[in-house]
Ligand binder design. Structure first.
Ligand SMILES: Cc1cc2nc3c(=O)[nH]c(=O)nc-3n(C[C@H](O)[C@H](O)[C@H](O)COP(=O)(O)OP(=O)(O)OC[C@H]3O[C@@H](n4cnc5c(N)ncnc54)[C@H](O)[C@@H]3O)c2cc1C
Length: 380
């Protein structure tokens, strides 16, 4: 197929998640020829979650965390459309944004990430109840800055973190580092329905338990939480009184794909084949947290979102040339590096876990190396 034949094809990238950021980075050197490329994003600066706990704890400034999508698009010759995808008509290949405009595409790639799942709410909530998700990241960071200003005159403040997975643990430790070292009345409570880090090796769980205990973080396992006025309550009626709760619960998709016609899994994520194409609408590709592989489900994490980028790039090139796409090969184990926010980290791979300062240096080096690829320049 000649370049002329592929001209006029439109590729729309919905969301500036990890896979799309890496795709654009690669296209700077090796562009997609003869293609109209556009990214739709409600934010100019896309956060890299690997460094979020470090920003919460004050180890990095907020600029360190954010990829400048406008600049990345400029370098990759991709139109940046400032807006939120709010509706998809997959049968007619039209994506609409909150600005009221519709965009027709030949290929659509979805990388809009996920949000933390909200717990049920019991009764009327009073003014004393604050519940905020760790994502979207920018409003969460702004809320933390406001909280820091409000804390000094208060005699005590109980801050809950809901979720016993990697994100919950890292956020709880980062909040402890940020607030408890400076304000004596602050207590952090880490709460969740299951057990601590249930998908990680026992050695990593033990290391984290020790850290939580040394740092004075109160742990509540098997606590099926509902939000009640003034805190969280479990299904046996026990209440943890909290001034605010941060949601780091399991991933759920935003609801913009409702009514799209795309086949979705029971949680609403896009069901894709082994080439990351929608199983119902092959002109739609999904990556990162939004994608659920129909044949071999893997965890929803940044590591996998990053890995999807290479398959996405190869397949866009192949599909645009009329060739069949290649299959994505998920790795069996992925390295987990948990920032303890005190200059140490815990690493886990398969059944092995390590911990210490050197693990933090290693994590820091990997994260900084990842971010060095991208333009930054974040301002609030
Ligand atoms: C505190 C914390 C720490 C974590 N640490 C790690 C870690 O160390 N390692 C790891 O592997 N995973 C980690 N994760 C998980 C990781 O955040 C996610 O799995 C990862 O961000 C998913 O990447 P993504 O590319 O799918 O989407 P994201 O990186 O979340 O990006 C989605 C983008 O889409 C945009 N968007 C959203 N809705 C729309 C819309 N309707 N229209 C257009 N754009 C939209 C958003 O603005 C955002 O920029 C962590 C998560 C948290 C909360």
């Amino acid at each position: 197929m000649t370049a002329k034949e592929v001209r006029n094809k439109t590729v729309v990238l919905a969301g500036g998640g990890h896979a799309h950021a890496l795709l654009l980075h690669n296209l700077i050197r090796n562009p997609l020829e003869g293609v109209q490329l556009a990214m739709i994003s409600p934010v100019r600066y896309a956060p890299y979650s690997g460094m979020l706990p470090g920003v919460i704890a004050g180890q990095y400034p907020p600029e360190a965390l954010h990829i400048d999508l406008v600049e990345l698009c400029r370098l990759a010759v991709c139109d940046f459309i400032h807006g939120r995808a709010v509706r998809l008509d997959a049968d007619h290949s039209v994506l609409s944004t909150d600005t009221g405009r519709g965009y027709r595409y030949d290929w659509l790639s979805i990388n809009t990430g996920s949000l933390p799942r909200s717990p049920p709410v019991l009764g009327q909530l009073g003014q004393d109840t604050t519940v905020i998700g760790v994502k979207p990241v920018q409003p969460f960071l702004a809320w933390l800055d406001d909280l820091e200003v409000q804390l000094p005159p208060l005699p005590s403040f109980s801050l809950g973190v809901l979720g016993l997975g990697l994100a919950g643990v890292e956020v709880a430790l980062a909040l402890e580092q940020r607030f408890c070292q400076r304000f004596s009345g602050v207590t952090i409570h880490l709460i969740g329905a299951g057990t601590l880090l249930s998908k990680q090796p026992t050695a990593a769980q033990q290391a984290v338990r020790e850290h939580l205990s040394i740092r004075g973080i109160r742990l509540y396992e098997n606590f099926q939480a509902s939000v009640v006025s003034g805190g969280l309550q479990n299904d046996r009626g026990k209440t943890v009184f909290l001034n605010a709760s941060v949601l780091c619960t399991s991933a759920r998709p935003d609801d913009w794909l409702k009514g799209s016609g795309l086949k979705q899994d029971q949680n609403g994520f896009v069901l894709v084949d082994d080439a990351l194409r929608s199983i119902s609408h092959p002109s739609v590709i999904a990556t990162g947290d939004m994608a659920t592989l129909s044949q071999q489900v893997h965890p929803k994490s940044g590591v996998y979102a990053v890995r999807h980028a290479a398959t996405l790039e190869t397949n866009l090139r192949r599909l645009l040339k009329g060739e069949s796409p290649i299959a994505y090969q998920p790795q069996h184990h992925s390295l987990t590096l948990l920032n303890m926010a005190d200059g140490r980290a815990v690493g886990a791979l398969g059944n092995i876990a390590v911990r210490g300062r050197w693990v933090w240096y290693w994590k820091n080096w990997l994260d900084q190396r990842f971010m060095k690829q991208f333009p930054r320049g974040y301002t609030r």
